[in-house]
Each structure stands twice: as C-alpha cells, then as structure tokens.
Ligand binder design. Structure first.
Ligand code: GDP
Ligand code: PGA
Ligand code: MN
Ligand code: MN
Length: 606
C-alpha cells in the first residue's frame, strides 16, 4: 500500500494528511489516489467502470461520453431509517431524526470500516460546495472506495487539485468537512467484484457538532455523494443555524417578465415533487422567460442591503429520469443530450441509448434497469421510479449568468409545495413571514420513490427538509422565526404555498403543471406588485379565477375552480394532523407557530 498518488503526492496540509492516513490504516485499501479532476482521470475511471460491468458506455453518436449504470435492486434510494444525526445530546437531534450517541456510533462504525476497502482503491476527493472564490469557501474532502462515486462527484461538485491547492494555501485556516464513504464491500484476494458492490447494512451518519460525515454500505447518490444531502443540507443547516443563514432544499430560478423585469424565486418541494422541472421551466405564457440557477439546494444569506441572497452550492443536476421528456422538461433534455452524463437505473435501448417511462420514442425492446428483456407489453417498468440522470449544470442552455456569482441572487419569493391529491389549492399567498413559516412548518406531501419505504402516504415534511434537517426541527422552526424577526420585513421574500398535484374525481391531475406553472409564477409576481386579485380564505390568499392568466389553457371553469378551491371541511380534517405534528416538538415549538395554528383554527370556526 502506498499513500502516494501518481498525480499528486498526498498533501502538504498536515491535518488532512493525518486524517487520510488514519482512514487508510483503518480501511486497508490496496492503493490511495488523490482525485485531480483531470480529463485523463475521467477517462481512466470510466474505462475502469466499463471493464467492471458497472457502466455501459452509451452510443457516442447519441450521447457522447455518457454511461448507463444499474444498481443492486436494494440500493436505489436514500435510506431515511438508516440516516442518523449524532449530536452529543439526543434532544439536539430532535424528534424527527434518528439519533445515537456519537462515540457509540463511531465505535460501531469503526468496526464496520475495519478492513472494508481491502482489494479496492481509496480515492480522496477534495471538493468545494459553492464557489472557490466565496468569502469563506465551503470545502469538503470525501474519501470513497467507489469509482462510481468519484465520477458522479466530479459532475455534482467542483472537485480536484485546484480545490486542494486552495486548501493547502489556506493551511490551518481552511475549514473542510471530512466525509468518509465506503461501499462496505471488501474483496478477498483474487475475488471477482460484482457490478454494484454495496452492503446490506447501511449507515448514513452526520456528526453536526464536529461537521463530519460517515457513510457506509450504499452507492446511491443521496447516500454516497456526500457533498450533496449530507454536507450541503444536513451539516450546512447546522452551520447555518449557528451563523444566521439558511441551507434549504430549494431550487433557484430567474424569472423575466415581458417588461424585462427580473425576479429570483426559490422553491422547496420534497424529493420527486417537481423542483428540477420548475427550475428549468419553459413558460407557456408569451413574453415570460425562465433561466435556472439550481434545482435542489439553496444556501441563503442576508446581504448588506438586507435582502436574502441565494447560491446553489452544486455543480450538476441529479434529476429524476421518469417523466422527463421534450414536453415536460425540454431544457433537461438538451442538457443530458450534450453527453458527459451518468444514467442510473433507467433502461438501456438496443442502439445504446437510455429510455425511461414518459420519454418519447418508446422502444420495441430494451434492457430494463434489472438487466432483463423489456418490451412495452412486459407489464413491468423499464426503469426504477427513482432512476436518475447526473449531468453537468454548465451544459444547461438556460443557465443564468448569475450562477457564477459567489454573492448569489436576491430572492423575491419563496414557494413551498408538496404532492397532495386533495385539500391544498394550486397556490396560496401567506400574510407575512411568520405565516409563511407556519405554512412551511406544516408542509405535507405524499411520500415518493426518492426514499426507501411506502409510496403515496401523506406525511409532514417541514420546508421539504424532513430528511435533511441536521438538528432539532423545533429549533429549526425557531431559526426561521428569528430570521424574520431580525430582518426588515419589506425586504424579506414573500412566501407562497403551491400544489401542482391535486386530483379530480377520476384521479387525473386538475392542473396541467410543468410549463403551465408559469401562470402561477406570474400571479405570484403580480401579487407582490399589487396587480393581481385574490380571495381571502382561512388559509391565506388564493387567486380569484379571473386573476390567474388562463389564456390558451385547456381547462374548464369548473376544473379551475376545483384546483383553487379551499374546502373548510377538508381543512378542518387537516387540523388534528397538524396538532399531532406540533405536539412532537413540545417546548421547542416556537410559540409564534402555535399562535398561527390557533388563528387558523379560529378562522375555520374551530
Ligand atoms: P424533484 O425531485 O423535486 O426535483 O422533482 P422533479 O422535477 O424531478 O419531478 C419529479 C416527478 O414529478 C417527475 O416524474 C415529474 O415528471 C413530476 N412533475 C414535476 N413537475 C410536475 C408538475 O407540475 N405536474 C405534475 N403532474 N407532475 C410533475
Ligand atoms: P430530488 O433530489 O429532490 O431531486 O429528488 C434527490 C433527493 O432528494 O434524494
Ligand atoms: Mn433533493
Ligand atoms: Mn430534482
């Protein structure tokens, strides 16, 4: 075993060198490699993945430099029941997170990590979330024994020697999050590897006080690309609480009106509830344009002018494949068609392309994500519902120039939303920040395939952050309340609540969604400018049917009314669920949110 990599001999950063050596001694890989981010390295790693059978190279004429991967059927999504927030005290993890004492967890995991990289290469990936030019760059270093993870990290985060150089320049002043990942699949001498190594036993662990991540047993993106959910949401949310900012599960988009007015909007929807699609929306209403800045994570800090500025810390899109097509998300299609992408758990066509449910040009035959023959009549899905494309954000043809600005963009409106078949209208405007915080804190959505477990069950998912809050959710609500209290109310973003997923009696979507969501964005802007009408309801302000631009929309008046309806009986039925949810937080529930709930009950006549 050697600690020397051909490209760069370890690091001059003593602390980092020590940690890497410690991990290598514990996990005993055959070799240690420092990830450089070079083109040659990409070729070498993707070739290695092709040789191992993990990757299939796609047809160069269709999707250049792109690859198909199929995971083990057990390793297809985030594993919330195996995800832990190991704060020193249990109360600091709160009622919504799994918790274990940090020392106990480390003992347990050291046992798992012991010799776990035998027969494999250990890669050290220096990375930065957000801009290297930021005032204090948010560094991380991921150690992993998975080439799939290295390749995917290179797409999703700014990685490599350039980042390491900066860490070394800063020396002890460089703060970085050490993030350890292993597949938990050591190889005995001469043992043949499988296509998708992983371990049945999985742990996705955050130590928020130490700003450290330990992940074991899974190769799936959300569990293994540690810069994403683990760092940029769980660890960053704890940093944000301490430092007075917000790390949120939000897309960021730039909206340009026909008058060339520019607005920046952030939106939080739970996983697989429409962030990536809204981020790259192609408006159906004339004169309006959308550009994108981010599709999953927003870091928001107050600027000197008192406005809230958002930055996307990521470098790629990790999007849900099924349902993506030229109609629903044309910009995602042009992005992935440029190549340089990894497709996981979709179908492979006979001409070396990928396919999934909802994509145009259904093939007569393909190989399903399970590696089986698939035809349109097989009666099975060709692709896993949580299959994903992983593609560079810079390939997006509507990427806003401001994406490259480390200061970020000033947010005018925040949308919360989820998947609800009933009850929740198309769009509701909050009265103020506090009311908007209440909407976020009580956000509800039907579960999706993005996490392991039952699909379609309504659960509370506060600010779409349920699986990602790195501390006590009651304290997180208080943090939102406090930010509003300390800010200039006239400069705060206006908060709205949307639901694209309400159904009619036959189970069809009431609202056509996708590009038509631009109509809702227009109403949001017009509300902020005092131009659009609304009706006051117990839950907030909802559009009058006339105030929403429905020109050219194929929808009856009755359908529109149903999409916008606020049914007091449905909302009365919602109250006990909200009360049960709030009861979980005991003393940590901000009084202001209890007052909001009391107000809602009073308005419903309860
Ligand atoms: P994300 O995981 O939050 O980024 O969600 P995506 O944008 O990837 O969308 C997840 C799923 O919801 C995909 O299957 C989309 O086709 C579907 N979806 C997204 N936006 C809409 C919408 O406005 N209406 C409907 N009915 N489905 C949508
Ligand atoms: P999503 O991202 O929000 O686009 O689904 C992945 C996830 O949340 O697991
Ligand atoms: Mn997400
Ligand atoms: Mn997404």
């Amino acid at each position: 075993m050697t600690l020397d990599a051909p490209e760069k001999s370890g690091t001059t950063h003593a602390g980092l060198a020590r940690w890497v050596a410690e991990v290598a001694a514990l996990t005993t890989p055959d070799e240690v490699r420092w990830v450089t981010g070079s083109a040659d390295e990409w070729t070498e790693l993707t070739d290695k993945l092709v040789a191992a059978g993990t990757f299939t190279r796609l047809n160069e004429d269709i999707k250049p430099n792109s690859f198909h991967a199929a995971s083990s059927p057990e390793d297809v999504a985030r594993v919330e029941e195996r995800t832990f927030i190991c704060s020193r005290e249990e109360k600091d993890a709160g009622p919504t997170n799994n918790w274990m004492d940090p020392e106990q967890m480390k003992d347990l995991m050291r046992g798992l990590y012991q010799g776990c990289m035998k027969g494999r290469t250990m890669y050290v990936i220096p990375f930065v979330m957000g801009h290297l030019e930021a005032d204090s760059p948010m560094f991380g270093v991921e150690i992993t024994d998975s080439e799939y993870v290295v390749v995917s990290m290179r797409v999703m985060a700014r990685c490599g020697t350039k980042i390491l150089d900066r860490i070394e320049e800063l020396g002890d002043a460089a703060k970085y999050v050490p993030a350890l990942h292993s597949l938990g699949a050591p190889l005995a001498d001469g043992e043949q590897d499988v296509k998708w190594p992983c371990n049945e036993e999985k742990y996705i662990v955050q130590f928020p006080e130490e700003r450290t991540i330990w992940s074991y047993g899974s190769g799936y993106g959300g569990n293994a690309l540690l810069g994403k959910k683990c760092y940029s949401l769980r660890i960053a949310s704890a940093m944000a609480r301490d430092e007075g900012w917000l790390a949120e599960h939000m897309l960021i988009l730039k909206l340009i009106s026909p008058e060339q007015q520019v607005y920046y909007v952030a939106a939080a929807f739970p996983s697989a509830c429409g962030k990536t699609n809204l981020a790259m929306l192609k408006p159906t209403i004339p004169g309006w344009t959308v550009e994108t800045l981010g599709d999953d994570i927003a870091w928001m800090r107050f600027g000197k002018d008192g406005r809230l500025y958002a930055v996307n810390p990521e470098f790629g899109f990790f999007g849900v494949a099924p349902g993506t097509n030229e109609h629903t998300n044309p910009h995602a299609m042009t992005t992935i068609n440029k190549g340089n992408s990894v497709f996981t758990n979709v179908a492979l066509t006979d001409d070396g392309d990928v396919w999934w449910e909802g994509l145009e040009n259904e093939p007569a035959h393909a190989t399903s994500w399970k590696g089986e023959d698939w035809t349109p009549d097989s009666g099975e899905l060709s692709s896993h519902p949580n299959s994903r494309y992983c593609t560079p954000i810079e390939q997006c043809d509507i990427l806003a120039d401001e994406y490259n600005d480390p200061q970020g963009v000033p947010i005018s409106a925040i949308l919360f939303g989820g998947r609800r078949k009933t009850t929740v209208p198309l769009v509701t405007e909050s009265r103020d920040w506090l009311h908007g915080t209440f909407m976020g804190a009580t956000l509800s959505s039907e579960t999706t395939a993005a996490a392991k477990g039952e699909v379609g069950v309504v659960r509370r998912d506060p600010m779409a952050m349920l699986p990602f809050i790195g501390y006590n959710a009651g304290d997180y609500f208080q943090h939102w309340v406090n930010l509003g209290k300390d800010a200039d109310a006239t400069k705060l973003p206006k908060i709205f609540y949307v639901n694209w997923f309400r159904r009619d009696q036959d189970g069809g979507f009431l609202w056509p969604g996708f590009g038509e969501n631009s109509r809702v964005l227009k109403w949001v802007i017009e509300r902020m400018e005092g131009k659009a009408a609304a009706v006051e309801t117990p839950i907030g302000h909802v559009p009058t049917p006339e105030s929403l631009d429905v020109e050219g929309l194929d929808m009856t008046a009755a359908e529109l009314e149903a999409a916008l309806a606020v049914d007091p009986e449905e909302w009365k039925a919602e109250i006990p669920q909200i009360e049960e949810w709030f009861a979980k937080f005991g003393e940590t529930l901000p009084t202001q949110l209890q007052i909001e709930l009391d107000g809602l009950k009073a308005r419903l006549g309860l």
